[in-house]
Design a protein around this ligand. Structure first.
Ligand code: IPE
Ligand code: MG
Length: 224
C-alpha cells in the first residue's frame, strides 16, 4: 500500500491524511478479491521494519492507526468470512497493536472465504533472520538435522508456514521495487506495477492487475 504520503502532499494535506484514506481503500481491495472469488490469500504491507526510520510523529500515528483500523474493521471482515492473520516481528511493535492483531486472529480463525495477512512490522530479511534463529535453536536442541532442511521445511520457520507462494505481487505508486516484502515467498511472483497512488486505487485497478497477471506465461524456470 504505497503512495499515501505523496497523495496527501499533492493536495497540501498532512501525510497522515493519506494513511487515513488508505483504510477504506484496503477494505475495497478485500471486497474486490472476494468478488474475484479465486483469490484465497491477500497480503497487505502495512508497516515495514524500515518504517521506524520515519519521523517519530508519523510512526506514532501509524501505530495508533493500525490499532484502530484493526479494532474498527475486524467485525466487518469477520462478517465477510475473512480470516485475519499477522505476519511480522514482535520486538518494538506497540503492545496495543499486537493485542488487536491477536484478537482479530482469534475472532476470525475459522473463516474460510479468504485469508488477509496483515504485514505489520514486517520485513523479508527480518523474517529470514528470525527463521534462521529458530532453526539454529531447533538444531541445537536436536529437533532438526542439517540434511532435513529443504525448501519445504524452511517454510515451516517463516512467520506463516501455511502461506502459499505469492502469485501476483502488486505495487502501486509508480515505484518498481519490492522494498523487502515477502522475499522468500515471491521468488516466482509475477510483478505488476501501477502508477496510481494507493489512496486513489480502486477495485478496477485490482481487476486490471489480475487481467495483466492472467496473460503472463509462468514457467517457473522450466519450459512449456
Ligand atoms: C504507504 O504510503 C504507507 C506506509 C508505508 C505505512 P507511504 O507513507 O509510503 O507514502 P509515500 O510513499 O511517502 O507517498
Ligand atoms: Mg512509500
Amino acid at each position: 500500500m504505497d503512495g499515501n504520503g505523496r497523495w496527501a502532499e499533492n493536495q497540501g494535506l498532512k501525510r497522515t491524511e493519506g494513511h487515513k484514506k488508505g483504510e477504506a481503500v484496503l477494505m475495497d481491495c478485500v471486497d474486490a478479491c472476494l468478488a474475484l472469488g479465486e483469490v484465497k490469500w491477500l497480503s497487505a504491507y502495512a508497516f515495514s521494519t524500515e518504517n521506524w526510520r520515519r519521523a517519530a510523529d508519523e510512526v506514532r500515528f501509524l501505530m495508533g492507526f493500525s490499532r484502530d483500523v484493526l479494532r474498527r474493521q475486524r467485525d466487518v471482515l469477520h462478517e465477510k468470512n475473512v480470516r485475519i492473520v499477522w505476519a511480522g516481528r514482535r520486538p518494538r511493535l506497540w503492545r496495543s497493536v499486537i493485542r488487536e492483531l491477536e484478537i482479530a486472529e482469534e475472532l476470525t480463525k475459522d473463516n474460510t472465504a479468504m485469508t488477509l495477512v496483515m504485514c505489520v512490522n514486517y520485513g523479508g530479511r527480518a523474517e529470514l533472520v528470525d527463521a534462521g534463529r529458530k532453526l539454529i535453536k531447533d538444531a541445537q536442541e536436536g529437533k532438526i538435522r542439517p540434511e532435513q532442511l529443504n525448501e519445504q521445511t524452511m517454510s515451516d520457520y517463516l512467520y506463516r508456514p501455511d502461506m502459499p507462494d505469492v502469485d501476483l505481487f502488486l505495487r502501486p505508486s509508480g515505484e518498481q521495487r519490492t522494498s523487502n516484502f515477502l522475499l522468500w515467498q515471491s521468488a516466482y511472483a509475477e510483478m505488476v506495477y501501477q502508477d496510481k497512488l494507493f489512496p486513489d486505487f480502486t477495485p478496477q485497478d485490482m481487476y486490471d492487475a489480475v487481467l495483466d497477471y492472467a496473460k503472463r506465461d509462468r514457467r517457473f524456470g522450466g519450459t512449456k
